[in-house]
Each structure stands twice: as structure tokens, then as C-alpha cells.
Ligand binder design. Sequence first.
Ligand code: FES
Ligand code: CO
Length: 319
Amino acid sequence: MKEHLLWHPVCGADELKGAPLPVRLLERELVLWRDAAGQARAFTDRCPHRGARLSLGRVQQGVLECPYHGWQFDAGGQCVKVPALPAFQPPAGHKACTHAVAEQAGLLWVRLDGDAPVPSLDGEHDARLRKLTVGPYDVASSAPRIVENFLDLSHFGLVHEGWLGDRAHLAQHDYRVEASAAGLLATGCKAWQPRSNRLSSVGSEVEYTYAVTAPYTAVLTKLPAQQGGYRDVISLLVCPTELERSRVWFRLAVTDFDSTDDELRAFQHTIFTQDQPVLESQTPRRLPLSGGELHSAADRLSAAYCRYLREQGITFGVC
Ligand code: FES
Ligand code: CO
């Protein structure tokens, strides 16, 4: 499997309104726009006539019009009008390059090629959980480094001291990592947290699972503290815009129906902006590496993730 055959989030669904929207994915320029039915469409952002950027054009009556000579393209990419030749019927070969688009978790996802189905996100269809998308964050690192950071258990008491851990509780519990149908699953992950949930003021140990469900999608599930409690699910969704640049969202599916959207966003924002400077300082920015870093037993999830990337044929981040 290669990156261009996967679905990638590219923008918030509400970012795409009436005007064409340029986005970047895997170092390619794309244009998103909405057809007459409001359906999102994705084309390569290049007019097949003389190569102008279609995103500089406009959407008129359900077609995308190029800014240069006004060629018009319908929802399927077919050129339907060449204004300089009003009687001309453009042949089937007069087409823009199209890509599949889907909407999920408040985001628009694009698959450049192939026929893989849209992956479903854990917690997304559980009506007992409240959903909220946080982001985007533009990050100067590769998608795998960002996933590795999300899967990293042993930085909480340092990078997130007072929030997700503290220096008195850095020792890492043993945990298990196994292959799953979707990718990887780590269970028995435990962390001491100063405030283990929003209602508690004392620290305690919380238990997590981590799942990698696609090369650039990772899911943290906080297990319920009491019987009957619902789990909280936080998914990390990364768009590999370039080799060493990414766009990041978090999708929350949580039990907290009391906090405001801004309060939930503020917490996630604090945590990620604590991670970001350290993450962006890491060199090399790309993964998987063929050597050059030291591992301890506490890093087995990170090591398993790099093996998984290699098995999946994910090499975008590596020369
Ligand atoms: Fe697009 Fe000519 S370059 S219509
Ligand atoms: Co962190």
C-alpha cells in the first residue's frame, strides 16, 4: 500500500464553501469545490488546457470555471464549455484530473488513486459520545513523527508536566503491543495523571489503549474508571501535505457533554502546543529510519509503528 492509495484528511468540511479551495496533499496541489448538489469534488489544481490553477477560478452553476480562458468543468471533471468556441462540443478526453472525496468526522478526505474504502473511525458512530474536531495545526514535521509523538507514553511527565503527568511518576509500566486487523494495538498502557478526569482534583493512574488504524491515523481510548462508564476516544488525524510538513486534527468522541466546545478545544490545544516545539525539533523529521536512534523497552510501540510503516510500504517520509 502506498500513500496515494490511502484516504487523507485535507480540510475541515466547513472550510469549503462557495469558492474553490486549494489544498496540498503529498506534495501535490489540489482544488476542492462543491457541485450543484453541494457535493465536494477534488481535482488536481491544474487546468488541462494551459496549466493555470483552477483554484483561482470560480464555481458557476455547478461547474468549475478556469480563470484563464474560462473552460468549464463539470462535477466529473469533463470539460463542458470552451468560451472561445461556443459551438464546440469538447470530446471525452477534455477532462480535469479527478480524485475521490469523502466527508467524515467533520473533515473532507481525499484519495488520490485506487479504490480503497473510507476507513471508519472508532467512536464516531457511538451516539453516547460527544464529537468535536480540533484543529488544524500546521506542523513542520512528517506525518509519521507526529503519529509517533501521539503514541509516545513516556514523555507525559516532562512535556505535559502538571497536565498529563509529573516528574515524580516517570517510570513506565509494561504494556503489550500486537498486530490488529487494522494495524497495531497497544493495551495495558498506564499513566499517572494529576487530574485523571475533569471531575477529580487528585491524581491517579489511568489506563489507555492505543490503536494505529491507518499509517497516519492513531486512536487513544481512555478506559472507563468505573463500571458502566463510557470510554473517551481521541483520534489523531494527520494530512501529509509535504515530506516534512503536515496538517493535524484531533477528533474527540468523549463522555464530557458539560464543557463548552471552547473548553474542550482549549485543553487539546494546550497539550498539542506543548508537544509541537519538541516534535518540530526532532531530526531527522522523517520516519521510518533504518538506524541512528536508540530504543528502550518503553519505546516498543514506537518501534512497532515504524515496522508497520515499512510493512505497509509507506516510504513517503524517507529518501
Ligand atoms: Fe484553463 Fe486555458 S488554462 S482555460
Ligand atoms: Co504529548
